[in-house]
Design a protein around this ligand. Structure first.
Ligand code: F3S
Length: 278
């Protein structure tokens, strides 16, 4: 069996940047997990003494706090600043952009529609920048728009990791019912690149392994894209979850990894699959 890596996979620019920032601030705490990968968080803890604050209560006045790639809500940032914490911002610039758009467009009187998952930390952060919270709405499906009290002017942004074709469904539904729709394509290119490469490989592979955090929406989407063309697609967090039966009789094993998956985790998976072949 041959093993082939997707032509683009794993860490994106924003995650590489956040890890570098954390490594440069030994002994600091991240507010929430820096990225969606337990193994990388452990590496930072052991090698760089990076702590994890699950809530604002876990942060003491003299702590240095690294803001994670997904960002945090505006009011929580205000609390940290008020407590005089040293705040080190590792929010991905591609997440800061929709935060700024939401703030500006809501100041200009637009109703805000955010295409994304209301429980995702990125979206909790983005929506918090609306100056009028009653005029900001989070949707995942176009039919959710029907009952919303939107004004005639609407500004639309997307969660960075969403599929463009799903975003277009929201755009189409809004354009038919509102006088003015400002569409900001805030989907991140890094996601496209990994997705396109995984889709291309899944068409040829007879088993696909997608490596990443089980809570990472980006990894889950990669997995669902692979599933479309390769029924035997599996999502794992690390090599311990591999099952030898997945590879029996297979000729090409494709590998992809979510945007928060470090290369050393990918390499461990490849090594384990290689050893199973023997
Ligand atoms: Fe940023 Fe895109 Fe990565 S939003 S954290 S560069 S997937």
């Amino acid at each position: 069996m041959k093993i082939e890596l997707a032509s683009s996979y794993g860490f994106c620019f924003g995650v590489k940047r956040a890890i570098r920032i954390a490594e440069e601030h030994k002994g600091s705490k991240t507010y929430g997990p820096l990225i969606h990968n337990k193994d990388e968080i452990n590496r930072l803890k052991e090698g760089f003494n990076i702590g994890l604050a699950e809530s604002l209560n876990d942060i003491d006045a003299d702590d240095s706090v690294v803001i994670r790639t997904h960002g945090i809500p505006k009011h929580e940032l205000a609390v940290l600043n008020k407590q005089n914490n040293k705040v080190i911002d590792a929010t991905c610039p591609y997440v800061t952009t929709p935060q700024q758009i939401v703030e500006k467009m809501s100041e200009e009187g637009y109703s805000i529609v955010i295409f994304g998952d209301k429980n995702h930390p990125e979206i909790k952060g983005v929506v918090s920048y609306a100056v009028n919270p009653k005029d900001a709405f989070i949707v995942l499906e176009s039919d959710e728009l029907e009952d919303l009290p939107l004004s005639s002017k609407v500004a639309l942004v997307s969660q960075t990791t969403r599929k463009p074709e799903d975003f277009l469904k929201i755009v189409n539904a809004l354009i038919l019912t509102r006088k003015e729709v400002r569409v900001f394509n805030t989907i991140c290119n890094a996601t496209f690149e990994n997705q396109d490469a995984a889709a291309e490989l899944a068409k040829r592979a007879d088993v696909m392994i997608v490596i990443g955090g089980k809570h990472s929406s980006n990894t889950k989407q990669l997995h669902s894209i692979c599933k479309r063309d390769c029924e035997d697609s599996y999502l794992i967090e690390n090599e311990e979850e591999l099952d030898p039966s997945w590879f029996e009789g297979k000729k090409l094993c494709g590998i992809s990894a979510g945007a928060s998956t470090p290369d050393w985790v990918v390499q461990n998976v490849i090594n384990k699959i290689e050893s199973m072949k023997k």
